[in-house]
Design a protein around this ligand. Structure first.
Ligand code: 5GP
Length: 186
């Protein structure tokens, strides 16, 4: 059976990429499987091992990295690593399903380097910097310091947007979902 394609979705925090991915997974015709990353961070809220992430210890993460078990991995936040396991890519694409990844900007570009034309990289853009700030504040869960850090990081991440295959602005969620769906189908 033909192996599935790899769809990378990256964006600065607060851009709504997780909501877009969640909606896309509801379309059976896209034949998508979510790429469950490994992370050294602790589960949040109702998150479960093997659903949102594979939650592993920092030591286990380093061991796997050294053994070459990852396609890519990054220390996305100081002291917290995230990575895509080779076994995860095989789990989803070996039976012909398309793999959709929610990963950071640098990881997304590394996946493209690794898989070339088998991968499409999609960058989700906020409508503006002001709107991004409004969304991050609107969550009401983060301190001013965390919001500032995310905004500074967003500037850095946005500078990589031209290196992605396509860019989609998330002004309206339904429109963004339909744009990304169209890109995957084509
Ligand atoms: P969170 O802790 O909020 O779930 O995720 C933090 C960030 O890590 C998000 O930007 C997410 O896209 C990124 N991320 C999740 N999994 C991976 C991965 O496997 N590799 C890389 N490079 N980044 C990831």
């Amino acid at each position: 059976m033909k192996k599935g394609k790899i769809i990378v979705v990256s964006a600065p925090s607060g851009t709504g990429k997780s909501s877009i991915i969640k909606r896309l997974l509801e379309y059976p015709e896209l034949n998508l499987g979510f790429s469950i990353s490994a992370t050294s961070r602790a589960p949040r809220g109702t998150e479960q091992h093997g659903v949102e992430y594979y939650f592993i210890t920092h030591e286990e993460f380093k061991r796997k990295a050294q053994a070459g078990d990852f396609v890519e991995w990054e220390e996305v936040y100081p002291g917290t690593c995230y990575g895509t396991l080779k076994s995860e890519v095989e789990r989803v694409t070996d039976d012909g399903r398309n793999l959709i990844m929610d990963i950071d900007v640098k990881g997304g570009l590394n996946v493209k380097k690794c898989f070339g034309d088998r991968a499409i990289t999609i960058f989700i853009l906020p409508p503006s910097k002001e709107e991004l700030e409004k969304r991050l504040r609107g969550r009401g869960t983060d301190t001013e310091e965390v919001i500032r850090k995310r905004l500074d990081k967003a500037d850095f991440e946005l500078s990589f947007a031209p290196e992605f295959d396509v860019r989609v602005v998330n002004d309206d969620l339904e429109k963004a979902v339909s744009d990304v769906k169209g890109i995957i189908e084509s």
